[in-house]
Design a protein around this ligand. Structure first.
Ligand code: ADP
Length: 365
């Protein structure tokens, strides 16, 4: 069945070729004859009908033979160059369709091959690399979520079992119940963060930007940590000078400040110091959150904005590595900038730049 289809295709191809060849040969013969007869009249050479007939036949045959030869030559050339490469690219694309994102095509270093093919191959390889990194991210994400869920779930199950024992004192029972509540709280926080991040990444959140007083918002966010800094005896230093208006989504930006303050207090030992400063230049409102905490190495610093990354595992139970990923996403959405400077054992400074509101205080009011 397949063979007869191929045969039919070849016959059709030959028929079309010869139709074109015959037409071309006929046209070339006619114009040559016209040219020859005009030339013979100009040069006063007498040509007989026999001469003209032979010349016409020769021209006609010449065109047919040359066209066939060129076509055969071109078909072989295409088989060796174009078709071989396109087959190669097609079979690699089929592998991608099957889900094998490791497939790559080697560039072709042949003089006879068009450079455009190497461009296509380059794009194909880039696409395959992108697809494979997306796949890795997806599988990593599932593995991370499962891993992060396992610990609090195990805690909840174990303490739930312990609670069922008949001889548990009231005090111990309360302690177990608190551990279960904490673990479920952690799980709920993680789910909330994942959902927020997901919505931010899929652009399902449309920022409601309006100008407002950033200093006021920073003070409100900071005050939420009052019990933490009092319990840990952390000294607080704030430098909020003149009123700085930003044009941003206040609810989204409060996520940024909460996460930065939460980390600053979390990673600073008892008796340490956290500094908040707000300054501005022509374009930006510049917020700096500095702590005298454990700091981080450049290797850790390079990954802190990745999802589920935790450089400091001693505080792993107080987070799940999603905070700074959220922060980065929000800052990007606000078209702001974020950076960190840190020295191990000395402390860290996170700098966030948010665009200032162009209009004055009136608009904010
Ligand atoms: P987590 O909720 O685990 O703190 P984050 O995304 O907020 O996750 O932070 C990721 C990592 O960045 C932390 O595990 C820690 O290693 C590092 N980090 C963030 N803020 C600080 C800081 N102020 N001082 C030192 N390390 C920090």
């Amino acid at each position: 069945m397949k063979r007869s289809v191929v045969g039919h295709k070849i016959l059709k191809g030959i028929y079309h070729y010869f139709l074109v060849f015959f037409l071309s040969a006929f046209l070339v013969t006619c114009t040559t004859m016209l040219f020859v007869s005009v030339l013979s009249e100009t040069l006063e050479i007498e040509l007989t009908g026999d001469h003209l007939q032979t010349a016409a036949k020769l021209t006609f045959l010449n065109v047919i033979v040359l066209s066939t030869l060129f076509t055969v030559f071109d078909t072989i050339r295409r088989k060796l160059t174009t078709e071989k490469i396109t087959r190669h690219i097609t079979s690699a694309a089929k592998e991608i369709v099957k889900g094998d994102f490791d497939v790559r095509i080697a560039p072709i270093r042949s003089f006879s091959v068009d450079d455009n093919y190497n461009e296509i191959i380059d794009c194909f390889n880039t696409m395959a690399t992108e697809l494979s990194s997306v796949e890795t991210l997806r599988t990593d994400f599932i593995a991370n979520v499962s891993h992060e869920m396992k610990t609090p779930l195990a805690v909840m199950r174990n303490y739930g079992t312990l609670l069922q024992a008949p001889d548990v004192s009231d005090e111990t029972r309360l302690e177990y119940a608190k551990t279960i509540t904490d673990a479920s709280g952690r799980l709920a926080d993680m789910m909330t963060n994942i959902l927020k991040l997901n919505r931010l990444e899929n652009q399902q959140i449309y920022p409601q930007t309006k100008p407002y007083d950033l200093g006021e918002q920073l003070c409100e966010s900071l005050l939420r940590f009052e019990t933490v800094w009092e319990t840990k005896g952390i000294k607080l230093d704030t430098h909020i000078g003149e009123t700085v208006l930003v044009s941003a989504d206040a609810e989204l930006l409060s996520l940024v400040w909460n996460n930065l303050f939460s980390n600053a207090f979390k990673f600073t030992e008892n008796g340490g110091k956290v500094t908040l400063s707000l300054t501005s230049d022509e374009t930006w409102a510049i917020v700096k959150v500095t702590d005298t905490g454990c700091g981080m190495s450049p290797e850790v610093g390079a990954h802190i904005f990745e999802k589920f990354y935790q450089g400091d595992t001693s505080h792993a139970t107080q987070g799940n590595g999603l905070g700074l990923a959220l922060v980065k996403r929000v800052v990007d959405i606000m078209q702001g900038e974020i950076g960190v400077e840190s020295v191990v054992g000395v402390g860290s400074t996170f700098t966030v730049k948010i665009r200032r509101a162009e209009n004055g205080l009136e608009e904010a009011r």
